[in-house]
Design a protein around this ligand. Structure first.
Ligand code: NDP
Ligand code: MG
Length: 384
């Protein structure tokens, strides 16, 4: 039996993690759940799953506490409570399914307490990949990817020696605006950007997929997860999202992992590792997909991808700055305060502004995240 804590149980990944757990009650048990503000869903989940702890970081704590009073569930509040639940002795694995920088400190705490990480929150590795992977090695902790591309690579590498990797290909759907010009992108509204062709996800990652920032973040994530050099990472647009990513080995052989786009599969792979367990998800049928196609991403139009690749190549605190500026810019876009193309502009100016540090400490990352957020906000204030 694996005992699980889910950070962000009310989100897209969190809810699908619960579906997987409910299919395998003999293998997985939920110890702790957390939400930011969706008290109603958190209460429903807690009543159904009866975890030992629930956390609400920013929402109506009293409502949750009163609703769960008849059950023996401890209700905690605030961001710090996430660090408390990941440290619980009975927890074996932590699913990090919160959005953005907020995942960093709880992930560090979980690793320090020897918990394996099922990592959905890619921003944690983007911000401080070097610190996280070093800590994980020191504490003998496994970081199991939930992101579908990284799960694909992880699965392609089963039974292989890491030194046999020549390069990897991360596949990208291209998002809803594939093939469009910058002129066409100028007047994109948030409703259009929130419609992803193949995946249904939280709003932040959906916008990141539309700008292609998501693929850039994933390149940085892959660099740390699989200990690769930037030049070993290639990105290829594959609009059908059937091949989830590929590994090319030193003899030229390529392995791909395929399947219908369904996040429950990579979530289950991470939870059940090192075993594979049955699942009843719909199966892929070759006859439904006579054409699997591939093309180059357009980094002139999708500037966010170019900026993320620049951050990948430079390393240091640049990915942290990129991430912070992107979080602020995406939020402003979702609030209708800036245009679609402004996202890349805010990120680029912030990257140019913040001082470069080649090997930051955790304190320097925290400081740099704050500086980048303040600066991006000032840029946005001038625009709106
Ligand atoms: P959602 O927005 O759907 O869910 C986020 C979850 O985290 C919710 O439970 C939310 O609570 C909680 N949360 C959000 N912000 C905070 C915060 N600051 N502090 C504490 N809790 C918070 O996101 P997704 O599930 O789509 O994505 C989660 C992570 O997984 C992201 O890093 C994303 O990049 C990654 N990912 C997602 C994929 C997907 O298919 N969705 C695919 C691959 C990676 P509340 O509901 O109360 O707001
Ligand atoms: Mg992905």
């Amino acid at each position: 039996m694996k005992n699980i804590a889910i950070l962000g149980s009310t989100g897209s990944i969190g809810r699908q993690t619960i579906e997987v757990v409910e299919q395998h009650r003999d293998k997985f048990s939920i110890i702790a759940l957390s939400a930011r503000s969706n008290a109603q869903l958190l209460i429903e989940q807690a009543r159904r799953l009866e975890p030992q702890y629930v956390v609400i970081t920013n929402g109506n704590y009293t409502l949750v506490k009163e609703a769960l009073h008849p059950l023996e569930i401890q209700v905690l509040k605030g961001q710090d409570a996430l660090q408390q639940i990941v440290a619980l002795q009975q927890v074996d694995i932590v699913v990090t399914a919160v959005v953005g920088f907020s995942g960093l400190l709880p992930t560090i705490e979980a690793i320090k307490h020897g918990k394996d990480i099922a990592l959905a929150n890619k921003e944690t590795l983007v911000v401080a990949g070097e610190i996280i992977t070093t800590l994980a090695r020191e504490h003998g902790v496994k970081i199991l990817p939930v992101d579908s591309e990284h799960s694909a690579i992880f699965q392609c590498l089963m039974g292989e020696d890491p030194s046999w990797i020549e390069k990897i290909y991360l596949t990208a759907s291209g998002g809803p605006f594939r093939g469009m010009s910058r002129e066409q992108l100028k007047h994109i509204k948030k409703e259009q950007a929130l419609k992803h062709p193949n995946w249904s996800m939280g709003s932040k990652i959906t916008i990141d997929s539309a700008t292609l920032m998501n693929k850039g973040l994933e390149a940085i994530e892959a660099r740390w997860l699989f200990d690769l050099r930037p030049e070993q990472i290639d990105i290829i647009v594959h609009p059908q999202s059937i091949i989830h990513s590929l590994v090319q080995f030193i003899d030229g052989s390529i392995k791909a992992q395929m399947g219908l786009p369904d996040m429950r599969l990579p979530i289950q792979v991470a939870l059940s590792y090192p075993e594979r367990i049955p699942a009843s998800f719909p199966r892929f049928n070759f006859r439904d997909y006579p054409d699997l196609t591939f093309e180059k991403p357009d980094t002139d139009v999708f500037r966010c991808l170019a900026l993320a690749l620049e951050a990948l190549n430079s390393g240091g605190n640049l990915p942290c700055v990129l991430n912070a500026a992107n979080e602020i810019a995406v939020e402003a876009f979702l609030q209708g305060r800036i245009g679609f193309l402004d996202i890349a502009e805010v990120v680029e100016h912030t990257m140019n502004k913040i001082e470069f540090i080649s090997h930051p400490t955790l304190e320097q990352y925290l400081d740099c995240d704050r500086q980048a957020r303040d600066y991006s906000k000032s840029l946005i204030a001038k625009k709106s």
